[in-house]
Write a protein that binds this ligand. Structure first.
Ligand code: GLY
Length: 425
């Protein structure tokens, strides 16, 4: 062999030793990460759920509902109690649920590989490109990420990037540096509050900012997301790690003026979906930042949420009315948390925590796919028994589009985890 082609030319002993130590460390770290991957799927829990059946059930439901939903200017929002078909609402810049239906179709494509759902998803996504300019409220993240974000990530639609970057800038325009949060709602739409309103749900919109910062957007988008998460962590939670829904801040001084609710039972009650948004939000913020303070916080609020759950793992719509068996459930909260828990089970390092969160997610998904919560044979959605806004007198014990969205997201995540686990085994 000619010496200049030899990849291992003669080296002094010190270099050889360093090379061997490095090789040993590399091999050990590969072994550790392999063990960690395997630990994420707990075989007994994984075997206890019929994941393929639950995914097939979703696809069968879409085969029934999609041909009925032909008006591209609208999206399905809810199925009233005892009704069977989706009520559609206009895709409108003030309607926060506009992105979930395309998001469901993107996940359906991802989890089944069926191109039919991709074609539907594209149609349903591209109808509201103009929403990228929304600056009237914070929900642009909820609207654009499930549609355009998943289109980019799952559908390979790289041309959606500019829409997402513009959307992120629109969201960031609502950040108030004196407060340290994004302003969620306008006072015109929510006249009870006169100054800067931030709601716990806003945590989910941060995903759009993190995505944009990683894909050519301004670095300040990342900083805004982190500052929002830090401020919310400080002000939005009680000492027992339960969350308020709505905080009003003084727009000039940043002082907290009021802690209230809009969709919970009472100003000081523990609205279940609010806690669920917190669990999902802080898990995602840790995933994006790798800052341990967010992981620690995500675990604390998750553990609190889990400690408040009933046997079937689906909470009552507000934890403070849960003692009354007549009060309705909120399957949407369970779907949101199940999806978050699968991510959390990967992010935590302690094996007991990995198993605990993974097992809890499986129990939630099994419960949601069971006769009690599944809509199969009863209505066109995936799930029944969600409650959107009981305190406002509507969406009580109904099917909700975002419950279905987080449910299929969780099934897709679980399938990926199981496939990865098989490869690592
Ligand atoms: N983000 C609105 C809700 O959870 O109802």
């Amino acid at each position: 062999m000619r010496n200049d082609l030899n990849p291992y030319p003669k080296q002094p002993f010190i270099f050889k030793s360093l090379f061997l130590v490095g090789l040993l460390m590399f091999t050990t770290s590969c072994k550790n990460s392999k063990e960690k991957e395997v630990a994420k799927v707990v075989p007994e829990a994984a075997a206890s759920i019929d994941l393929n059946k639950q995914i097939n059930d979703c696809e069968k439901q879409l085969e029934i509902s999609v041909p009925k939903l032909t008006d591209l200017t609208k999206h399905p929002r809810l199925i009233e109690t005892n009704e069977t078909e989706w009520q559609e609402v206009t895709n409108h810049k003030l309607i926060w649920t506009s992105g979930f239906y395309p998001g469901i179709l993107w996940y359906a494509f991802d989890v089944t590989g069926n191109e039919r759902w991709k074609d539907e998803a594209i149609k349903r996504t591209e109808v509201f490109e103009d929403f990228k300019n929304i600056t009237e409220h914070h929900d642009i993240g909820f609207m654009m990420f499930p549609a355009y974000g998943l289109g980019y990530e799952i559908g390979g639609k790289k041309e959606y990037k500019d829409v997402l970057l513009t959307s992120a800038n629109s969201l960031a325009s609502r950040f108030n540096p004196k407060v340290g949060t994004i302003r969620s709602w306008s006072n015109k739409m929510h006249p009870r509050w006169k100054q800067h309103i931030t709601i716990i749900d806003n945590m989910l919109n941060l995903e759009l900012l993190f995505w944009a910062a990683k894909h050519g957007g301004d670095k300040k988008l990342y900083d805004i997301a982190v500052t929002h998460a830090e401020t919310t962590m400080k002000n939005h939670f009680r000492p027992d790690y339960t969350s308020w829904h709505v905080l009003e801040y003084d727009s000039i001084t940043g002082a907290v003026l009021n802690r209230n609710t809009k969709q919970g039972f009472a100003d000081d009650s523990r609205w279940s979906r609010g806690q669920a948004w917190g669990v999902y939000g802080y898990t995602m913020v840790y995933k994006e930042t790798k800052d341990k303070k967010f992981l620690d916080f995500a675990q604390k609020i998750t553990d609190k949420y889990l400690s408040l759950l009933p046997e079937d793992m689906v909470p009552c719509w507000d934890f403070d009315v849960a003692n009354d068996p007549k009060e309705e459930k909120d399957a949407s909260a369970a779907a949101i948390v199940a999806s978050a828990l699968l991510d959390l089970s990967i992010l935590v390092e302690d094996r007991a925590d990995q198993e605990r969160y993974y097992n809890a997610a499986i129990k939630m998904l099994k419960s949601l796919g069971s006769e009690k919560y599944s809509a199969v044979g009863k209505a066109d959605s995936f799930l029944l028994h969600s409650t959107g806004a009981k305190s406002l007198g509507h969406e009580i014990d109904v099917a909700l589009i975002y419950a279905d969205y987080y449910y299929i997201e969780a099934l897709d995540r679980l399938k990926k985890m199981e496939e990865k686990n098989k490869i690592n085994l």
